[in-house]
Ligand binder design. Structure first.
Ligand SMILES: [Zn+2]
Length: 288
């Protein structure tokens, strides 16, 4: 199966009260780890690529071609969407052209009128090609590619305005934060989530900043319309820790332990473990 839009998998997840994970990728090992884990657990999966990660991997086309070829070479049969994470207007156009099957256009930093105007334009661009579209309302806290938010909570009325444009799924701040959560974090705002879910009809909701949110809050959010959860930082942390351990134990100095295929092995396995754990928590195992 080639790449698919994320619309169908998220509509099904929304109706059946589970969520599909978006796992951000940074290189070949990351991609392979996520795809193999999805296949092993018969779970639909979304590969997230930020503009920064796409640039790091030498461009959108490199990423799209690598993912497509890997899905084919590894005989991946579960639905796989390749999704631009926090895309700008220009970045979204480039990712569409390169063959991404899903796009997030993040107009949350614009005034609501401008966000509506640009999101509307993106709805028509993506719909014509069968590509799914995620839009965002209100800033989400933390830092992503240098953009800092304040952990803001979205206005449900604005959420309705954006959802009514026909976006396939919607990211809205409910007190979630990108990166590591501070010790004094107040938790997710379920009153606002409930209200957003009510006014946006059947539009699946997206929870960004999935690293470090307690399991019970994740489950409660899923029961209130969250059908896509983004995981990025957690994979980075376990990859770094496993690689650090390998080197600190001196294993790179034993035999051909310096070979990147060995050196990057423990980190890759650590990503696989996290992805499996998240798929179990989100309820997407055996849903493909
Ligand atoms: Zn995000």
């Amino acid at each position: 199966m080639g790449l698919v839009s994320a619309k169908e998998m998220l509509d099904i997840a929304y109706k059946n009260n589970y969520a599909v994970g978006q796992f951000n990728i940074n290189n070949l090992e990351w991609t392979k780890a996520v795809l193999l884990t999805a296949e092993e657990n018969k779970s639909p999966v979304i590969l997230g690529v930020s503009e920064g990660a796409a640039k790091y991997m030498a461009g959108y086309k490199v990423v799209a071609d690598m993912v497509k070829a890997m899905v084919e070479s590894l005989n991946i049969t579960v639905p796989v969407a390749l999704h631009l994470d926090h895309g700008s207007y220009e970045g979204a156009k480039k990712a569409i052209e390169a063959g991404f099957s899903s796009i997030m256009f993040d107009g949350s930093h614009y005034a609501i009128e401008e966000n509506i105007k640009l999101t509307k334009d993106m709805v028509s661009r993506t719909r014509a090609l069968g590509i799914s579209l995620e839009a965002e309302v209100g800033a989400i806290g933390g830092e992503e590619d240098g953009v800092v938010g304040n952990g803001e909570v979205a206005d449900p009325a604005e959420c309705k305005l954006i959802a009514d444009l026909g976006v396939d799924f919607l990211a809205a701040g409910i007190g979630n934060i990108h990166g590591k959560y501070p010790a004094n974090w107040q938790g997710l705002n379920f009153d606002v989530l409930n209200e957003i879910n009510k006014v946006t009809g059947d539009t699946p909701l997206v929870l960004h900043g999935g690293t470090g949110i307690p399991a019970d809050m994740i489950k409660r959010a899923i029961s209130m319309g969250v059908s896509k959860i983004n995981v990025n930082t957690e994979c980075q942390l376990v990859f770094a820790a496993a690689t650090r351990k390998y080197i600190e134990e001196g294993l790179d100095l034993v035999g051909k332990g310096f070979d990147p295929r060995k050196l990057l092995g423990p980190g890759t396995q650590a990503i696989k473990n996290v992805v499996k754990e998240k798929m179990e928590l989100f309820g997407s195992v055996n849903k493909a």
